[in-house]
Design a protein around this ligand. Structure first.
Ligand code: PEP
Ligand code: MN
Length: 358
């Protein structure tokens, strides 16, 4: 961190900056220049709180040389982290993984039909919310524990690993008992006690970008999980709020290559919440894969018109199947490939369930 002093900063003001830096436990190196002095902070371990120095008299600006996040950065770890949620289902390698399924788990018939349809089309994992973070308290809140049981049933029926959301610490433990990957949704991206809780659970976490979060905010939130010891984090772009109400959110495709440069963690994209409009999901899913996403998360419902949540952005199964075919072509054009089925399904004939179903 560099503290740039104002042109006419007095020696006393510079000395005060030096003292405060030293009080914070770091070494200070004043570097007098032709017109102004800069004070370098040495020994920055990535967690310096600059606010104490920022407001001191004579300080013009603070330049952060190292990133505010540490363990999530590429400086910390150069090679990609590969997060494996089930045997043969990984994020961050050459394969592009597809997580698909309904917004919410509604009934046994619905989730099993969705799971079978997305598996047949080539999905690598099943999504579906049992605990739903709805903007309105009067909207369907999910089936809770029963929803988790139905997800476990759908996994037994299809062999697909499960990605589902936890809303709070207690829910995180319940979800962890069933899910292969715990989703932390946009509304909870800055729920630091929940982030710490999943950081202490030995289970992969899918962390979605908050709707008003910067890329730095997303990476700082991931840092909370890594700081607690859980390095299995997948990041997800899902659109941010904008002034334009034409779409539900503004799908930030640029975030994909930016995050991949800044962090070693896998970065996937959710064009369903990113656009909120069924006919825009397909082009944006193509764009996400073309931009280098390590996976996509898409809402698919057997009967979207009857969905209890997000029906308007959910794909029909046949649309999803066409999308996967297109994504195969896009992946191969950029030297990647759509991930195959989970290992337990690789030996089995189509229509049968792998060993995991036992
Ligand atoms: C979801 O995936 O169903 C969901 C609620 O997403 P988000 O947290 O991105 O709104
Ligand atoms: Mn949804």
């Amino acid at each position: 961190m560099l503290v740039v002093m104002q042109n006419h900063a007095t020696p006393e003001q510079i000395e005060r900056v030096v003292k405060v830096i030293e009080e914070m436990g770091y070494a200070a190196r004043p570097m007098p220049g032709e017109t102004r002095t800069t004070v370098g902070l040495v020994g920055n371990d990535g967690r310096v709180d600059s606010s104490r120095v920022e407001s001191l008299p004579g300080v013009a600006e603070i330049i952060h040389v190292s990133k505010p996040y540490k363990q999530v950065s590429r400086e910390w770890r150069e090679e990609n982290t590969i997060v494996t949620i089930a045997p043969g289902v990984s994020f961050g390698g050459a394969d592009v993984a597809i997580i698909a399924g309904p917004c919410s788990v509604e009934t046994e018939e619905q989730i099993v039909a969705a799971a079978k349809a997305v598996r047949a089309a080539g999905a690598t994992a099943l999504r579906g919310g049992a605990f739903k973070p709805r903007s309105s308290p009067y909207s369907f809140q999910g089936l809770g524990k029963r929803g988790l049981e139905l997800l476990a049933l759908a996994r037994r029926e299809t062999g697909l690993p499960i990605v589902t959301e936890a809303l709070d610490e207690e829910g995180a433990h319940l979800v962890a008992e069933v899910a292969d990957c715990i989703q932390i949704g946009a509304r909870n991206m800055q729920n630091y006690s929940l982030l710490r809780a999943v950081g202490r659970i030995n289970k992969p976490v899918l962390l979605k970008r908050g709707m008003a979060a910067t890329i730095t905010d997303l990476l700082m939130s991931a840092e909370y999980i890594l700081a607690e010891g859980n390095g299995q984090v997948i990041l997800c772009e899902r659109g941010i709020r904008s002034f334009d109400t034409t779409t539900r959110n503004l799908f930030d495709v640029t975030a994909i290559p930016i995050v991949q440069r800044l962090s070693h963690l896998p970065m996937i994209a959710d064009p369903s919440h990113g656009t909120g409009l069924r006919d825009k999901v397909i082009p944006m899913a193509r764009a996400a894969v073309a931009a280098g996403a390590d996976g996509i998360l898409v809402e698919v419902h057997p009967t979207p018109d009857r969905a209890l949540s997000d029906g308007g952005q959910s794909l029909y199964p046949d649309q999803f199947a066409r999308l996967v075919t297109e994504l195969r072509a896009i992946s191969s054009a950029i030297g990647r490939q759509i991930a195959g089925p989970p290992e337990t399904l690789r030996q089995s004939r189509p229509g049968t369930v792998g060993a995991r179903a036992g």
